[in-house]
Design a protein. Structure first.
Length: 243
């Protein structure tokens, strides 16, 4: 791996994001969509979907929000949703990819362009930054109250079919081939591990440190994109220096 830690970037904004209930609902909605799209939309026949619906209930997510996410995956409800990817450069020339699921392409394109412009970045053309990102399976196991050391976690991950692992203070980040994600997830769960995250994502091959004088603008860009209901994922190559 390039040394990029998605977990590190996420945790850098976690306190601010946790204060926004909509962020939690948005993540659950993405997970619901992915589970329903990749398997049976009936939770009775889809254990992963049932698990995420349990998380939605625990977070007091409205039932209509849950159903809307599933409807997006199945095409129910009369709306025709399209998956679109946008590419651009944030402040400091940092590569950013945006994955959207929308029923109105013009609305979403305008919102994405506006977010980049507000932050002092610019929307790029197709292929302008995609070459720097690789599609990977990504699993996170939180270390809090986990009675497993790094060597044991690595061996269990490799035995499950994973390719690599990165260790953070609060979490183990496990990387797989996209096609192997489900098998690795199931194998780790069978060993008793509770997974915080198990998803297919895009990870940068090379990263760029965000200039200190542009950090606020960069964070504003990512926040504005993630707060948009049409945006399903934001993939970033930026690294924010620790204070």
């Amino acid at each position: 791996m390039s040394g990029h830690s998605k977990w590190h970037n996420i945790q850098g904004r976690k306190n601010a994001q946790d204060a926004k209930r909509g962020k939690i609902f948005q993540k659950i909605s993405r997970d619901l969509y992915g589970a329903a799209k990749g398997g049976d939309p009936d939770p009775a026949n889809n254990p992963q979907l049932r698990l995420i619906m349990d998380k939605a209930r625990a977070a007091n997510m409205p039932k209509e929000n849950v159903q809307r996410a599933i409807d997006k995956a199945t095409g129910a409800g009369g709306a025709n949703y399209s998956e679109i990817t946008y590419e651009g450069y944030g402040p400091g020339g940092v590569a950013v990819m945006v994955s959207a699921l929308t029923d109105n392409k013009n609305r979403t394109a305008a919102a994405v362009r506006s977010a980049f412009t507000h932050a002092g970045g610019e929307l790029g053309t197709t292929g302008s930054v995609a070459y720097n990102f690789n599609r990977r399976g990504y699993v996170v196991v939180l270390r809090e109250e986990l009675d497993t050391d790094e060597d044991t976690m690595l061996m269990d991950a490799l035995d499950a079919g994973a390719e690599d692992m990165n260790t953070e203070d609060a979490a183990f980040e496990i990387y797989t081939e996209p096609a192997d994600l489900t098998a690795v997830r199931d194998a780790l769960q069978a060993k008793g591990y509770e997974l915080d995250t198990a998803e297919v994502t895009m990870l940068p091959e090379n990263t760029t440190e965000v200039p200190a004088d542009k950090t606020a603008q960069y964070q504003r860009l990512i926040d504005e994109l993630e707060e948009n209901d049409d945006i399903s994922d934001v993939y970033e190559a930026g690294v924010i220096a620790e204070d």
